[in-house]
Design a protein around this ligand. Structure first.
Ligand SMILES: Nc1ncnc2c1ncn2[C@@H]1O[C@H](COP(=O)(O)OP(=O)(O)OP(=O)(O)O)[C@@H](O)[C@H]1O
Ligand SMILES: [Mg+2]
Length: 230
């Protein structure tokens, strides 16, 4: 996938409905979203809370299944992949979750090294994880558990974990949302630098117009619909 460049993303008529427990009509989180992203392109996704941004990222990252439409990554339709192909594909995707999703019983170092464990010797995995944590300014907190870190520090661990596989596709859900302006710009720089070094495709959710301005294109979601492309 990607072979050193970024992933081509094609989103077609993507729809995600959630059934409601109350028997009310299903909640439509995404409705017939079409979006094409070129390899190496950086696209910001904006929109109010509840407009479907995280839903979109989870679908593109093959972590959720659509109710309609589909996602192709480098010409491969996600719905057609076997479990094994899906697992392999996931390894070329870096994801920074809005709620971090660090493993609570693993140290910062072990969390960051985790994506390398299936393919890499343990010592090399640890060395690379340490370098990644130093890059995000957490070289002094390698052994800390997630609960011993602040929200912004956990976010930086999550970023280091996403970048360590040098992904061809990076999906980042408000990666600067919990950070002070100085740390936020450090994290943003790291994200953009990966793009330049690796040619990675970036899909970046943000509420911050200044962050969006660092991307080539901004799209906006409104109640699950893509309403505007700049
Ligand atoms: N598992 C779920 N079950 C039911 N409804 C859900 C579920 N996940 C999300 N939703 C609903 O889908 C809609 C879109 O949610 P989503 O998390 O994608 O929004 P968002 O744009 O990321 O918002 P925020 O900026 O607050 O993170 C919301 O109305 C939300 O309540
Ligand atoms: Mg969200």
């Amino acid at each position: 996938m990607g072979q050193g460049g970024g992933t081509r993303v094609r989103i077609r008529s993507l729809t995600r409905r959630y059934e409601t427990v109350s028997g009310e009509p299903p909640l439509v989180a995404l409705e017939r979203v079409d979006l094409e992203i070129e390899p190496g392109e950086r696209v910001a996704v904006m929109g109010t809370s509840g407009s479907g941004k995280s839903t979109l990222l989870h679908l593109v990252g093959a972590l959720d299944q659509p109710s309609g439409g589909g996602v192709e990554l480098d010409g491969q339709e996600l719905a057609c992949l076997s479990g094994r192909e899906r697992a392999e594909l996931r390894r070329s995707i870096g994801m920074v979750f809005q709620d971090f999703r660090l493993l609570p019983t693993l140290s910062a170092l072990e969390n960051v090294a985790a994506p390398l464990v299936p393919t890499c010797r343990p010592r090399l995995a640890r060395t690379r994880a340490q370098a990644a944590l130093e890059e995000v300014g957490l070289g002094q907190r390698l052994r800390a558990l997630p609960r011993e870190l602040s929200g912004g520090q956990q976010q930086r661990v999550a970023l280091a974990r996403a970048l360590i596989v040098e992904p061809a596709l990076l999906l980042a859900d408000e990666p600067t949302g919990n950070l002070d302006p100085a740390t936020g710009s450090l994290v943003l720089e790291l994200l953009l630098e990966l793009g330049e070094r690796r040619g990675a495709t970036l899909l970046l959710v943000t509420h911050d117009a200044a962050v969006a301005a660092c991307c080539e294109r901004t799209v906006r979601l409104e109640e699950g619909r893509l309403v505007e492309t700049m």
